[in-house]
Design a protein. Structure first.
Length: 222
C-alpha cells in the first residue's frame, strides 16, 4: 500500500499489551505497512493503554462492567470501532467472548492470536493444559475469528519446545516471544493482500487455498 493508503488497524486489549507493543514497533520500523488508528480496552488503567499513549495513539476505554449485557457492550464496541474506519481489527489479549453479531460484522477482517497450537487447547489456561498433558511441543496460532471460540481458520503457527523444567511462567514467556513475531507477520500479509478469509470459510494465501497452517519455522528460515 502507498503511504497515503496504509491499512488502518484498531487493536482491542484487556491487559498489558505486549502484542500491541510488538505491533506498534513493527509499524514504526516498517515491518507492517499499516497504522494503528486506535486502541480500545475493556478494562481501565491497564498497561496497554500506557503503551498506546506513549506511542501517540488514540485510546478509548469501554468498561464492559458498565453494560447490562454482552450484546449491549458489543454494540457499543462496534460503534466505537467503526468511528475509526479500520480495515482490520486486531484482538491482542482481548479477554471477552464476542457475540455472533460482532463477529459477523467484522467477518474477514478480525484477527486473533491464541497461545496454543490450535485446534489444541481452545479457551483458557493453555500453558497449564499443555504441561498437564505432557506435551513436548507448544506454541501460538494467528487465526481469523469466527463464531466458534478460538475455532476460526489458522493462518500461521509457531512452535516452541516444552522443556522438562518448565512451569507455566517459563513456558508462557517462551511462547510470547513467538507471538510477537507471528502476529506482525500475518498483519503484514493482510496489508499486502496476500491472505484473506475465503467465502467458504477457509484461508486463501497468495491466491491459493491454505490447506494447513503455515509454520513460522519454515517461514523464518527462508
Amino acid at each position: 500500500m502507498s503511504e497515503g493508503n496504509k491499512l488502518r488497524l484498531v487493536v482491542l486489549i484487556s491487559g498489558s499489551g505486549s502484542n500491541l507493543q510488538a505491533i506498534i514497533d513493527a509499524c514504526n520500523n516498517g515491518n507492517i505497512d499499516a497504522e494503528i488508528a486506535a486502541v480500545i480496552s475493556n478494562r481501565p488503567a491497564v498497561r496497554g493503554l500506557q503503551r498506546a499513549s506513549k506511542a501517540g495513539i488514540a485510546s478509548t476505554v469501554l468498561d464492559h462492567t458498565d453494560f447490562a449485557s454482552r450484546e449491549d457492550f458489543d454494540r457499543a464496541m462496534m460503534e466505537t470501532i467503526d468511528s475509526f474506519q479500520p480495515g482490520l481489527v486486531i484482538l491482542a489479549g482481548f479477554m471477552r467472548i464476542l457475540t455472533p453479531d460482532f463477529v459477523r460484522h467484522y467477518a474477514g477482517r478480525l484477527l486473533n492470536i491464541h497461545p496454543s497450537l490450535l485446534p489444541k487447547y481452545q479457551g483458557l489456561h493453555t500453558h497449564r493444559r499443555a504441561l498437564d498433558s505432557g506435551d513436548t511441543e507448544h506454541g501460538a496460532s494467528v487465526h481469523f475469528v469466527t463464531e466458534e471460540l478460538d475455532g476460526g481458520p489458522v493462518v500461521l503457527q509457531a512452535s516452541v519446545p516444552v522443556l522438562p523444567a518448565d512451569d507455566e511462567a517459563t513456558l508462557a514467556a517462551r511462547v510470547l516471544t513467538r507471538e510477537h513475531q507471528i502476529y506482525p507477520a500475518v498483519i503484514q500479509w493482510y496489508a499486502e493482500g496476500r491472505v484473506r478469509l475465503a467465502s467458504s470459510g477457509g484461508v486463501v494465501f497468495d491466491n491459493k487455498p491454505l490447506n494447513a497452517p503455515i509454520q513460522w519455522n519454515a517461514v523464518s528460515e527462508n
